[in-house]
Design a protein around this ligand. Structure first.
Ligand code: ASP
Length: 357
């Protein structure tokens, strides 16, 4: 398929300024985006630049075997878009973190995606709060933010935490203040569609409700990748479970739970009910399985089987995508309908992952 040329870096920044995402100061001075930042808007679902509309192909057709060169994989229907942007960033000389970050930025800015960034569903108080992390496998450099408000590019703020501080995780008001100091411009993340769904949810509550029912809407963007030159990384961004208690933090910014990367072993990223991934330190367990030589799908399956043994009545989803240091890709899920985008050998596709059997 022919692709429109990517806008240059300055056009991308101008777009973000016009959209109210970055302060106009970035055009004149300090630039909070990495070199090679790119924005794709080639038209996917109407009203969405990132959601892939093609039906997923069966898992049996997924290109999972080792291959030379970059390998990228990302969760859900926007996974192929993340992979395509990432592949082009790599081809243009960006590094693996640039690739994952910029792929995820596109999803964070897509108001049609109700589980990530702008347009994410709010917490029970009507506030959109974001969790994100990014991790480089060669030196375990990591940055993360939790309960970040008003700044859609949560994974970019996480990267600033990694690169510009001595810390790993900033939360809440501190994360927001840090983001603004880095040049990110505050904007309302709650869209009309999000507000309408929140109001409908509130009107369904009864005074006797408690907070134990599994939350709806869990579709974090999680990406893993290899650059083909020895680096492995992961990046994750989410608005978390819809209508969560204000202050709830999921797995996505927790190193080892929502994501993990070690260049000697591989990388993993999780989606689903984050509390389950936290209990299992799920992504760390998957990476350690791959380090021990397991195929990535088998490494994920073993973690999910352990979950099923220990928590057999859990009704929700937990799904993980992983790439091993040799380029082999894998995934598994507790429940049906998990799809992943995979890019390797210059091609990108969307594949449906069978549930755990
Ligand atoms: N794992 C995320 C969380 O629990 C939800 C998701 O996958 O969207 O916050």
């Amino acid at each position: 398929m022919d692709r429109a040329p990517l806008p240059d870096r300055r056009s991308f920044l101008a777009f973000l300024v016009a959209a109210g995402i970055l302060s106009p100061a970035v055009l004149a001075g300090e630039d909070p985006l990495p070199a090679g930042a790119a924005w794709q808007d080639e038209g996917r679902r109407p009203g969405s630049p990132t959601v892939w509309t093609a039906a997923p192909r069966p898992w049996s057709e997924a290109p999972l075997g080792p291959a030379p060169g970059p390998v990228l994989a990302a969760t859900w229907n926007w996974g192929p878009t993340v992979c395509e942007i990432g592949a082009r960033v790599l081809a243009g000389g960006g590094d693996l973190l640039d690739a994952l970050e910029q792929g995820i930025n596109a999803v964070e800015l897509d108001p049609a995606v109700s589980t990530v960034g702008l347009g994410g569903l709010p917490d029970e108080d009507g506030r959109v709060t974001l969790d994100a992390m990014i991790m480089r496998g060669s030196d375990l450099a990591t940055g993360a933010v939790a309960a970040l408000e008003d700044v859609p590019l949560a994974v970019s703020v996480a990267r600033r935490v990694m690169e510009r501080t001595r810390h790993v995780l900033l939360v809440g008001q501190g994360a927001r203040t840090f983001a603004l100091r880095c040049g990110f411009h505050p904007r309302e993340l709650l869209t009309d569609a999000g507000r309408a769904r929140w109001l409908a949810w509130r009107s369904s509550l009864s005074p006797r409700d408690n907070w134990v029912a599994p939350g709806e809407d869990h579709d974090t963007v999680g990406a893993v990748g290899l650059d083909g030159k020895g680096e492995a990384a992961c990046a994750v961004s989410t608005s978390g479970l819809a209508f969560k208690i204000h202050g709830r933090v999921g797995d996505s910014p927790i190193v080892g739970a929502g994501g993990y990367a070690d260049a000697a072993a591989g990388a993993a990223a999780a989606t689903g009910v984050g509390e389950e991934a936290i209990r299992l330190a799920a992504c760390h367990a998957v990476v350690e399985g791959m380090r021990a030589g397991l195929d990535p799908t088998e490494a994920v399956r073993r973690v999910l089987l352990r979950h099923r043994r220990v928590r057999p009545s859990f009704p929700g989803q937990l799904a993980i995508v992983a790439v091993r240091a040799d380029g082999r890709v894998g995934a598994s899920a507790l429940r049906p309908r998990f799809v992943v985008g995979i890019h390797r050998s210059g091609r990108t596709g969307l594949y449906e992952v069978p549930p755990l059997s």
